[in-house]
Design a protein. Structure first.
Lengths: 496, 494, 491
């Protein structure tokens, strides 16, 4: 079983090398290679998950056998492995769901480029998940940004390029802040490996020296990652980036890229700064307030939106607000809820994007609501899947969204001061979610005579299968939430 | 034997329902025979029940503690005799009158049902039963008001409904409290609420009493909720107006007596603001009713205003809470019932035979319809209070009771208002007689020639006129027993 | 009986309903027999369960933590399940005849039957979470029924219905979280499950949360100011309006509030607090508002819907008195009102079905053409007004009695509100009756010549209901005693 310890490193390398190989391959081959790699990484991660779950410990993998101060480390526990597996699954589904669109929307000569970007994205995500070194994390954050930009730009339409540029600028701003924070931390502690940094930070906190620089550092890193993961009010880039890219990109961007940054933030909170020090800093209150504001403002913008893709994108702003609100509660329960919501939201949002494209397909790619009237009758399975996604987002029992809502509120109740605002905003946000999601559902189920053609599941088996998998994933998250919540709790406990 | 109480109540109701459900009779005659037979039989049952002493009978339990319960006491007997007399005679009168109206079957069906309901009201042995029949009375008498289906009638009917239910629900508010605090719901002279509860919730019970007086007072046309009466009574067919104005309004009086004297108790109310306000309202109504009647040109409407005024004579007598006044009030119940029915029947006969509805059209009518007008005159005198007719006796008792009560201001103000109102009564009733018999020199009254109504209409009129005179001439037996009962109600030592 | 049957009773309508659109019916009548048989069978099952109550609970799945989807049958659940299962077969019979003129029958009946299962789920829920789940589901399965006609009006109404319901549930959710977190057990327990120490510590907070969840569930029970969805939802076919928006859905809201008040927070904790006065105030306003709006409304079904608004708050008034007697009176009105209102709605539906007329001013002279329907309607009207001898009087009597016995001055005012509302009820119901029986003197019956009483499938339920209305009114004692026992926990 010891060989499994090598798997995380192996999967990062596998993804990276496949990107390099793909550059020499034709589109179709690159696609097959990519599918294979994602699946293989998934299998490797599953093995790792099994291994860490059975042992219940977290392991450090020293790259090239150089010890601490010089070398680079990977550290993985059950949570990391599970997250990696989950990312692979979502990526696979998202790519399969958008496969036909990729073929249609991307210049055939550039198809391999797309898969290069996807491979890079995968490798950087895995690195973000596994790495135990802050600087490595920074490097992969940048790689991730570039890959994401590529995924947006690949459409080559004016709007996509504009969106990508905007995304690039905001992302680089975020990475810049992160880098400054990193520098300051290095100044104070003299380490880059997370475990070493944490020791020094503890010392600093115990001595009480450098408190203000420490606070500034935390703020810089948190804000940097918050910008990259589109926390309100840093979300201006998001609707365009998600709205004008190809559907797989949008699904991956919303459910993987931003989640990768958030997962990195969790790692920094637990491994670099220390959960208790983080909680004591006033930053969590800021996160809490921004989270709440995001929950409301994201939904309000979504209600005003007339374009289904942009509506779903704005909904992401609201959902990211939920996650940061969970951080802001400053309790382990809040963290568990946030991590669960990362999963739930990833599963739901990519489902919505993918099924949304099925609906717009039967309206001649028109994303305006008025054209979508009755679309669910023309594409039955996309309609059903969209309904499931919408219900989950609204928080109807039996779907994943309900469990996140439940966990968030249970976490909120434990905090005296933040309980009422959190609960009330949760309720209001539910109402707002209902308004824009169910409005859409009712619209797509309103029959109308239209000239648009109908689409049947048997003509698009892959697409239908993907949707089915997404729906199943959602229901699994919603019905068997207890083992997952236990797993997250256990994972967080071995995290630090 | 106790079940003989149920018979007069449910026999007419069932007979009426049966009539409504039945297909139309082939001949009008059989309809009349059926109705007449039921009326006579129902009347007979009612007299039988009144004569034969019987225990109370429980029908079923409406809520856990409160049964639908029938029992006859003196008050019930007195009212039910009045009702029966009026109802049966007015019923016979309508056999002729209804010839010129449509939907006869419906009319008779409803008429029979209301008969049973009214007897049920009189036979009611506890407050809940009283309330049940009170509401049923409103609902079942509604079709009588609506009968002509003119726009005016429908509006009047809805108004009648609204006011009646407003009153009933005001009363129900009080009933809830009485049921909660009272020891029993059987009618008990002196009240059923323990002195402790009364003392503890004094304000509450005063409000409750006031609401109940006001609420049940709606049916008796007491100011300020009288507006339905002048609208609703005249639009019904003639005999129905007579019955409504003569008898149904008395349901309100009965309920007020039951509540004030037998539920809450006069000792509690005497001297409180409730009594003062009640007396004031009653006197205002007496005066106002007469004034409005005086200014009203349409005969039936004039009579309806007169009812408003006369009913408040009764209420005033009750509000004084003194033996003689109460006796007077009770006597006036019967006296006014006979008189007002007779007046309305006269009006109906005139309308039926000549089509005249306005007072100024009746000039010279005495030439053609002497018997009718004589009856009218006799009962008018009764209503004004001129001896020897019955009104004199009751008004005398009312006035003397009021004077003897010793209540400041009202003891003399009351009789004064009654006197003024009597003058006004003369003013609005007698012109018909004077112009009718003495149309003036050279007036051509030939259009009335030979218009005297047939016997079936005249007999009821004559009976009522005779009764009016009879009570006026020989009041002693009746007043004595009523006085005994009033003393009992007031829980005074004899 | 085995507790598993509780789950079965919830499941059967789902399975049976889902099969309906899949089976290729040769004749429409076969579908009727299938549905009617299914629903009746399930009702028989429910009644057998009620008569032989399983004592243990049935746990279906563990949801998260100590929470589970579980079913059990206690007193309150018995009453509600009994009510639902009694009405459903009759309503299905009626609906089948009514729907002859509507499209998409199969889908309609699928959701109609689903709703039966969901409502039973609410009635039989063992804990707050289960009830909440079914409560949310109820919104979703009834949504297609409201949308059924797919007119613009129906779409707007269903949207509003959805926003209001889910929004309400979102606030009720807060209450659920508190019950889960601070309750000593997650099951329903008469008298409340909250941890006493926590309650006294954070008194005002708990009261605030109670108010939130009261109004949250109150959305379905149409409490002011969250009731505008109900009259609008009247665009649905009449069987839906009658059974769902007069009984199943709205009563689920009231039922949930009963669970919340008496089985979670505990009436002893709430009595005499500002929260009680607040919710009671809202309820009283609703009573008057509903009746006044009903009087103003000229559309027949909407008038009845406003009447429902007002009557639902009668039930809640009983609840907010927060004594066992008030609770019993609330249950009593819940049951009795169901019969009265479904009866009047079915009459309205019969009128619409037979004549395509929707407004009250078009009903002149109908009583002669549809004597049976209007006789029933008149009886239902009298019952709603509270004429003694019919069931409405009994429940109002109990409500008023409980209010007076509580000694709460605001409850006294509530009695006044009940009576004012009763007066308004008399006006808006009898306005219709008078019009139908006494059209204008020169009314031409030729204009309504083709209007007839409907066939037996519509009349039979009406007959049953009217018999119940009278029966409950005349021998109310066993029923009120049962309800009192439920409210005391003795059943």
């Amino acid at each position: 079983m010891e060989i499994i310890r090598n798997f995380p490193c192996l999967s990062i390398l596998l993804a990276m090398f496949s990107a390099i190989i793909s550059s020499a391959l034709k589109g179709a081959a690159a696609r097959r290679l990519n599918t294979f790699v994602v699946t293989a990484v998934g299998v490797l991660s599953a093995c790792t998950l099994y291994f860490t779950h059975v042992t219940g410990k977290s392991y450090v993998y020293v790259m090239g056998h150089f010890p601490a101060p010089l070398g680079n480390e990977i550290r993985f526990g059950t949570l990391e492995a599970g997250m990696a597996l989950f990312f692979c699954v979502i990526m696979l589904f998202s790519l399969n769901g958008g496969r036909e669109k990729i073929r249609l929307e991307i210049d055939p000569g550039k198809e391999n480029l797309y898969y290069i970007m996807v491979d890079l994205l995968l490798s950087s995500l895995l690195a973000l998940v596994y790495t135990n070194d802050l600087f490595t994390a920074y490097v992969f954050v940048e790689i991730n940004t570039i890959a994401a930009c590529g995924l947006i730009m690949i459409m080559e339409s004016g709007r996509a390029i504009e969106a990508a540029t905007r995304y690039m600028i905001m992302s680089l701003l975020g990475s810049g802040l992160f880098l400054i924070g990193l520098c300051m931390l290095y100044d104070m502690t003299g380490h880059l490996l997370m475990s070493n940094v944490q020791e020094s930070v503890r010392q600093i906190a115990a001595e009480g020296s450098y408190m203000i620089p420490l606070l500034v550092t935390i703020a810089l890193m948190v804000v940097g990652l918050a910008i990259k993961s589109a926390l309100f009010p840093f979300h201006a880039w998001l609707p365009d980036a998600y709205g004008y890219s190809t559907v797989s990109s949008a699904a991956m961007l919303s459910s993987l890229v931003s989640k990768g940054y958030i997962f990195l933030l969790i790692k920094i909170i637990y491994r670099v700064i220390g959960f208790d020090i983080f909680v004591q800093s006033r930053i969590i209150n800021v996160l809490f307030v921004f989270g709440l504001a995001g929950m409301i403002m994201g939904s309000t913008s979504a209600i005003r939106e007339n374009d289904i893709r942009r509506m779903i994108s704005y909904s992401s702003v609201a959902q990211i607000g939920y996650i940061y609100m969970g951080f802001g509660l400053g309790t382990t329960a809040g963290m568990v809820a946030s991590v669960f919501h990362i999963l739930a939201h990833a599963a739901t949002k990519s489902l919505l994007f993918v099924s949304g494209v099925g609906l717009t397909d039967v309206a001649d790619d028109n994303k305006q609501f008025i054209e979508l009237t009755g679309a669910a009758y023309r594409n039955v399975c996309a309609g059903l899947a969209f309904t499931v996604g919408a219900l989950s987002m609204v928080g109807i029992p039996l779907f994943s969204g309900f469990i996140s809502k439940l966990l968030f509120s249970q976490a909120a109740v434990q905090s005296n001061l933040k309980m009422l605002p959190a609960l009330i905003v949760l309720a209001i946000s539910t109402v707002l979610n209902t308004i824009y999601f169910m409005k859409t559902v009712i619209r797509i189920y309103t029959p109308i005579k239209s000239g648009y053609p109908s689409v049947f599941a048997k003509d698009h088996p892959l697409y239908a299968l993907t949707l089915l998998c997404f729906v199943a994933l959602n229901i699994v998250l919603g019905m068997c939430s207890q083992p997952i919540a236990d797993w997250i709790t256990q994972g967080l406990s071995v995290f630090a | 034997m106790e079940h003989c109480l149920l018979l007069p109540v449910f026999f007419p109701i069932l007979a009426g329902v049966l009539l409504l459900l039945k297909r139309d009779f082939k001949e009008r005659r059989s309809l009349l025979v059926y109705t007449g037979a039921v009326l006579v039989l129902g009347g007979a049952f009612a007299f039988f029940a009144v004569m034969v002493p019987a225990d109370g009978v429980t029908l079923f339990y409406l809520t856990k503690e409160f049964p639908i319960f029938f029992e006859l006491d003196t008050l019930g007997r007195f009212f039910s005799v009045t009702v029966t007399l009026v109802w049966v005679l007015a019923g016979f009168f309508s056999f002729e009158y209804m010839k010129h109206e449509k939907n006869e079957k419906r009319y008779y069906g409803v008429y029979l049902i209301v008969f049973g309901v009214l007897l049920g009201l009189d036979f009611a042995g506890n407050l809940i039963t009283l309330y049940l029949f009170y509401e049923l009375m409103t609902l079942t008498s509604l079709p009588l008001v609506l009968h002509t289906q003119s726009r005016e009638a429908v509006m009047a009917g809805l108004r009648y409904l609204f006011f009646s239910f407003a009153g009933a629900y005001m009363a129900l508010f009080g009933i809830y409290f009485i049921c909660h605090f009272g020891t029993t719901l059987r009618f008990t002279a002196g009240g059923v609420i323990p002195a402790g509860a009364l003392a503890e919730h004094k304000t509450l019970f005063l409000v409750v009493a006031f609401l109940m007086i006001l609420g049940f007072g709606v049916k008796a046309g007491m100011f300020p909720l009288h507006a339905w009466l002048p609208a609703a009574h005249p639009v019904a067919p003639g005999p129905a107006s007579a019955a409504l104005s003569g008898v149904i309004v008395k349901g309100g009086v009965l309920a007020v007596i039951r509540v004030v004297y037998q539920m809450i108790g006069v000792d509690f109310l005497r001297g409180t603001w409730v009594q003062t306000v009640w007396m004031t309202l009653a006197l205002i109504t007496v005066f106002m009713g007469s004034m409005l009647a005086f200014g009203e040109p349409a005969l039936k409407k004039r009579l309806a205003y007169s009812t408003v005024s006369q009913l408040s004579y009764i209420l005033f007598g009750l509000s004084v809470m003194q033996g003689e006044a109460v006796t007077g009030a009770l006597l006036h119940v019967a006296a006014h019932a006979f008189i007002k029915v007779a007046l309305f029947l006269c009006a109906a006969a005139i309308i039926y035979r000549t089509g005249c509805t306005r007072v100024d059209e009746l000039r010279g009518i005495g030439r053609g319809m002497p018997v009718t007008l004589w009856c009218y005159t006799i009962v008018s005198l009764g209503l004004i209070g001129i001896p020897p007719a019955s009104g004199f006796v009751s008004k005398w008792l009312l006035a003397s009771g009021s004077l003897a009560s010793g209540i400041p201001v009202f003891s003399w103000l009351g009789p004064a208002v009654l006197l003024v109102s009597a003058l006004l009564t003369a003013g609005y009733l007698l012109p018909v007689t004077m112009k009718g018999f003495f149309p003036g020199e050279g007036y051509d009254a030939s259009r009335f020639t030979g218009k005297e109504p047939p016997l079936i209409m005249l007999v009821p009129l004559l009976v009522f006129a005779a009764l009016t005179v009879l009570i006026g001439l020989l009041p002693n037996g009746l007043t004595d027993s009523l006085y005994t009962y009033a003393v009992h109600l007031l829980t005074l030592e004899v | 009986m085995n507790a598993f049957y509780l789950f079965l009773a919830v499941l059967v309508p789902f399975v049976g309903g889902a099969l309906n659109p899949l089976i290729p019916w040769k004749k429409r009548r076969h579908m009727l027999w299938y549905l009617e048989g299914l629903v009746t069978l399930n009702s028989v099952l429910v009644w057998m369960l009620l008569l032989h109550r399983p004592l243990e609970k049935f746990t279906l799945v563990n949801f998260t933590g100590n929470l589970a989807i579980a079913f059990q049958l206690d007193g309150l659940g018995t009453v509600f399940a009994g009510l639902i299962s009694f009405l459903w077969p009759l309503a299905t019979l009626y609906a089948f005849e009514y729907m002859t003129k509507e499209k998409h029958e199969k889908t309609f009946f699928m959701f109609y039957t689903f709703t039966y299962g969901v409502t039973l789920g609410i009635a039989l829920a063992d804990n707050f979470l289960t009830m909440y789940c079914f409560y949310e589901m109820l919104t979703l399965v009834t949504l297609p029924l409201v949308m059924h006609t797919l007119t613009r009006e129906a779409i707007l109404a269903s949207r509003k219905y959805l926003y209001y319901s889910i929004g309400g549930a979102a606030f009720a959710f807060i209450g659920m979280i508190f019950v889960i977190t601070y309750g000593e057990t997650s099951d329903f327990l008469l008298g409340g499950v909250m941890n006493a120490a926590k309650l006294s510590e954070g008194r005002n907070l708990f009261l605030l949360i109670y108010v939130f969840s009261f109004f949250g569930f109150g959305v379905k029970a149409a409490v002011c100011p969250f009731n505008s969805w109900l009259p609008q939802a009247g665009v649905a076919p009449t069987p839906v309006t009658a059974l769902l928006h007069a009984v199943a859905v709205v009563k689920s809201g009231a039922f949930a509030i009963m669970r919340l008040t008496f089985y979670c927070f505990g009436a002893d904790f709430l009595r005499g607090t500002w929260a009680q006065y607040l919710v009671m105030g809202a309820v009283l306003v609703t009573i008057l508002y509903g009746s006044s709006m009903a009087l103003k409304e000229t559309h027949l079904k909407r008038r009845l819907a406003y009447s429902t608004v007002s009557n639902l708050s009668y039930i809640l008034f009983g609840v907010t008195v927060m004594t066992p007697a008030g609770f019993a009176a609330g249950i009593c009105h819940m049951v009795f009102h169901a019969f009265m209102k479904i009866c009047s709605f079915f009459c309205a539906g019969a009128v619409m079905h037979q004549s395509e007329r929707h407004y009250i001013h078009q009903l002149d002279g109908f009583a002669r053409q549809m004597p049976k329907v209007f006789a029933v309607f008149t009886a239902a009207s009298f019952a709603l007004m509270g004429v003694p001898g019919l069931c409405g009087f009994v429940s109002k009597w109990n409500l008023a009695d409980a209010a007076i016995a509580s000694g709460n001055v605001m409850a006294y005012a509530g009695v006044g509100a009940l009576l004012v509302s009763a007066l308004l009820t008399a006006m808006y119901m009898l306005g219709i009756v008078v019009r139908a029986y006494f059209p204008k003197a020169d009314f031409d019956y030729g204009t309504v010549a083709d209007v007839r009483d409907p066939n037996w499938m519509m009349l039979a339920p009406l007959l049953v209901f009217v018999v119940c209305i009278v029966g409950f009114g005349v021998c109310s004692v066993p029923f009120t005693e049962l309800f009192a026992a439920v409210a005391r926990g003795g059943f």
